[in-house]
Write a protein that binds this ligand. Structure first.
Ligand code: ZN
Length: 141
């Protein structure tokens, strides 16, 4: 009985692959902070994490983002591609453009699918899905 309950509580969806490069992002998310890279030379913001600035080859450093953004585009998934998403169908997959410029792939939460609009202002919220992994999600601002 206890074992069954534990299995039901376990997070069943695919988890992000945490690499050496992306670890600072996931470590910050775990502390409920949204961080992106910023070029130390041209100041451009970068996400997803890479080694060097793609514009000027400058060094990148991690900085905290404002946590504000807007819905750049989104789709509503009606087809079940992974059994763990069954209870949420139909669900949205949204591209958020953060205030600093980069795009992040996530979900809009606390909002009915039919109310999601392109250009809608959103702010980050954090979903602790396992002891190690926290996922940034976006809620209407
Ligand atoms: Zn640069």
């Amino acid at each position: 009985m206890a074992e069954t309950q534990q299995q039901q509580q376990q997070y069943q969806k695919p988890l992000p692959e945490i690499t050496k490069q992306s670890k600072p992002f996931w470590d910050a998310a775990h502390e409920h902070k949204l961080v992106v890279q910023q070029c130390t030379q041209c100041q451009r913001y970068q996400y997803p994490p890479i080694d060097l600035c793609p514009v000027c080859a400058g060094e990148l450093t991690w900085v905290e983002a404002s946590g504000k953004g807007e819905v750049h585009t989104f789709i509503i998934m009606h087809q079940l591609y992974h059994p763990a998403f069954k209870a949420e169908l139909p669900y949205n997959v949204s591209v958020i453009q953060i205030e600093e410029g980069p795009f992040m792939l996530s979900n809009v939460v606390n909002c009915a699918n039919e109310d999601i609009k392109i250009g809608m202002p959103v702010k980050v919220v954090f979903e602790d899905v396992t002891d190690e992994v926290t996922l940034p999600k976006w809620t209407p601002a």
